[in-house]
Design a protein around this ligand. Structure first.
Ligand code: PLP
Length: 223
């Protein structure tokens, strides 16, 4: 087995106080998660509903599961009973569905809004203007069973550190802007989820509060 425990310790030693680790365990077997769990790791991230369901059922119940992938509205009901955070919310429609399913389960579900800044073409994530529009429209305020806790983003998958850094900076600026405009009185709006295996040290320098690291801890994924 990959040296999960050693890798985890290594990563944790690079994280300053106040930055939390989401160990991204997608495509990795339960034994890898258990190894990290034995080292004290409790927050894990998954991106497929069925895989998450299986792992949630068979692993310790004090694991905090973050859903980090693109979530289809028809899958929300399956994770709503137990998921700790849904990190990649990029539409009002999804926000409404999370609210509805959270209400059914008598819960409030923490979410992050996903920004799309990276140069790659992808359907997912809100552009800076789309983020502003969603918040300005105001309907989110009436959703009593979701709590918007901050922003999440992925930087471009490039080698150019300055480009990556400038994308994290832009995300941080947007965080500060919407915090001031909409969440000044909401201490729970405090999370900046950025940084993955190849760029988390830059992310931490640029104010990440939550890094999502898979490969560096668990090794390459076998799809
Ligand atoms: C897979 C994934 C990660 C982890 O990527 P690594 O390069 O393995 O660290 C982080 N964030 C999201 C959204 C992912 O899908």
């Amino acid at each position: 087995m990959y040296d999960v425990k050693g890798n985890l310790k290594q990563v944790l030693s690079h994280l300053p106080q106040g930055v939390r680790l989401v160990a991204i365990s997608k495509y990795h077997p339960n034994e890898y998660i258990t190894a990290a769990y034995e080292e004290g790791q409790r927050i894990f991230g998954e991106s497929h509903e069925q895989e998450l369901r299986g792992k949630h059922e068979s692993l310790p119940k004090d694991i905090q599961w973050h859903f980090i992938g693109h979530l289809q509205t028809n899958k929300v009901k399956y994770i709503a009973p137990y998921v700790t955070m849904i990190e990649a919310v990029d539409s009002l429609k999804l926000l409404r569905e999370i609210d509805k399913q959270a209400a059914k389960n008598g819960r409030v579900i923490d979410v992050l809004l996903e920004l799309h800044i990276a140069e790659e073409e992808t359907k997912y994530g809100l552009s800076p203007d789309a983020l502003r529009e969603l918040l300005a429209a105001g309907e989110w305020r009436s959703l009593q069973h979701v709590r918007i806790c901050g922003l999440m983003m992925m930087a471009s998958n490039v080698d150019d550190e300055e480009q990556i850094r400038s994308e994290f900076r832009l995300a941080h600026d947007l965080f500060d802007e919407v915090k001031a405009d909409y969440f000044a009185d909401a201490p729970s709006f405090c999370e900046r989820s950025w940084g993955m295996s190849h760029d988390y040290q830059i992310a931490v320098q640029e104010g990440s509060t939550m890094v999502r690291i898979g490969t560096t801890i668990f090794g390459p994924r076998i799809y």
